[in-house]
Design a protein around this ligand. Structure first.
Ligand SMILES: NC(=O)c1ccc[n+]([C@@H]2O[C@H](COP(=O)([O-])OP(=O)(O)OC[C@H]3O[C@@H](n4cnc5c(N)ncnc54)[C@H](OP(=O)(O)O)[C@@H]3O)[C@@H](O)[C@H]2O)c1
Length: 242
C-alpha cells in the first residue's frame, strides 16, 4: 500500500504528459484520454507520433524530460515479441523485450528520480498480466515485464525515501486482440490450442480496448486510483496488486 500523495483528484488541464508508444494500440488510447482531460500530450514513437524517437535509447528520456518537464509520464512503448516456443527462440528474439521494454523503464525511471520530476508527478509503466502468469510462447516477454514492474516499485521506494513526492505505478493489462501486439499473441496461442482465433478470443472473455486502458491510466494520473504501486487491468477495470 502506497500513501496517496495528492488526496484530492488532480486537474491535468494545462499540464504536460509524455506518452511513449503513442502511435497506436494502448498508447494511442492513453494519449487520447489525457488530451481529453486537458493535458498537452507529447507522443513518442519511431513513427506516427509528435516526437519520433527510440524510447529505449539511453539519451531519449533525459532529452524529452528536460525539454518538456512533464507532470505525467506513461511508458507504453513495447516490442511485439517473436511468438514461438522456447526451442524456436534465439537469444536475439528472446532478449528483444529486455532491450526495449526493460531498457526504456530503466532509463526513464532513473532519470525521473535523478532530475527529479516535480513533486506531484506520476510515472506509469505498462507491464503485463504475463508478468504474473508467464507466457510460454513469447520468449523473454513475461520476465521482461516482471522486471518492469519490479523496477517501477524500486523507483517508488527511492521516491519515498528521498521525499520526492513522485508516484511510480505499474499497470498489468490482460491479453487482448485489440492491438497489433496482442493480436499476434492471440493468434499464436489459438494455433497452439488448435482453436480458430474467434473461438480462442471468446474463451478470454470481453476484450480490453485502448480506450479502456486510457480511462484507467487517467484514473491513476488524476489521483482517483493512487493508493497502490501496481494494478492488474482487465475489461472490468483496475484491481490493486500488493
Ligand atoms: N496488447 C496486449 O494484449 C497487451 C497486454 C499486456 C501488456 N501490453 C503492453 O502494453 C504496451 C502497449 O502495447 P500495445 O498492445 O498497444 O502494442 P502495439 O499496438 O504494438 O503498440 C506499440 C507501440 O510502441 C511503439 N514502440 C515500439 N518500440 C518502440 C521504441 N523502441 N521506441 C518508441 N516507441 C516504440 C510503437 O510505435 P513504433 O513502432 O512506431 O515505434 C507503438 O506505438 C506494451 O508495453 C505491451 O507490452 C499489451
Amino acid at each position: 500500500m502506497n500513501q496517496p500523495i495528492n488526496p484530492s483528484p488532480t486537474d491535468l488541464a494545462g499540464s504536460t504528459a509524455i506518452v511513449t508508444g503513442a502511435s497506436r494500440g494502448f498508447g494511442r488510447g492513453i494519449a487520447d484520454a489525457l488530451t481529453a482531460a486537458g493535458a498537452r500530450v507529447i507522443g513518442v514513437a519511431r513513427s506516427g507520433a509528435t516526437v519520433f524517437a527510440d524510447a529505449a535509447d539511453p539519451a531519449t528520456a533525459g532529452r524529452l524530460i528536460d525539454e518538456h518537464q512533464p507532470r505525467t509520464v506513461v511508458l507504453c512503448a513495447g516490442a511485439a515479441p517473436q511468438m514461438g516456443p522456447l526451442p524456436e527462440q534465439t537469444w536475439e528474439s528472446f532478449s528483444q523485450n529486455w532491450n526495449v521494454d526493460v531498457a526504456q523503464a530503466f532509463h526513464w525511471l532513473r532519470y525521473a528520480l535523478q532530475r527529479p520530476l516535480a513533486p506531484g508527478s506520476t510515472v506509469i509503466a505498462l507491464s503485463s498480466g504475463a508478468a504474473i502468469n508467464g507466457s510460454p510462447l513469447s520468449g523473454g516477454y513475461a520476465g521482461a515485464k516482471a522486471t518492469v514492474r519490479l523496477i517501477t516499485g524500486y523507483a517508488a521506494l527511492e521516491s519515498e525515501r528521498a521525499g520526492l513526492g513522485i508516484d511510480f505505478v505499474s499497470v498489468l493489462p490482460a491479453l487482448t486482440p485489440a492491438t497489433g501486439l496482442g493480436a499476434k499473441a492471440v493468434a499464436a496461442y489459438a494455433e497452439r490450442q488448435g482453436l480458430d482465433v474467434d473461438t480462442f478470443v471468446e474463451s478470454l472473455g470481453p476484450a480490453l480496448t485502448g480506450e479502456q486502458v486510457g480511462k484507467s491510466v487517467l484514473e491513476i494520473t488524476t489521483g482517483q486510483r493512487r493508493d497502490h504501486r501496481a494494478y492488474t487491468l482487465s475489461f472490468a477495470g483496475l484491481s490493486p496488486l500488493g
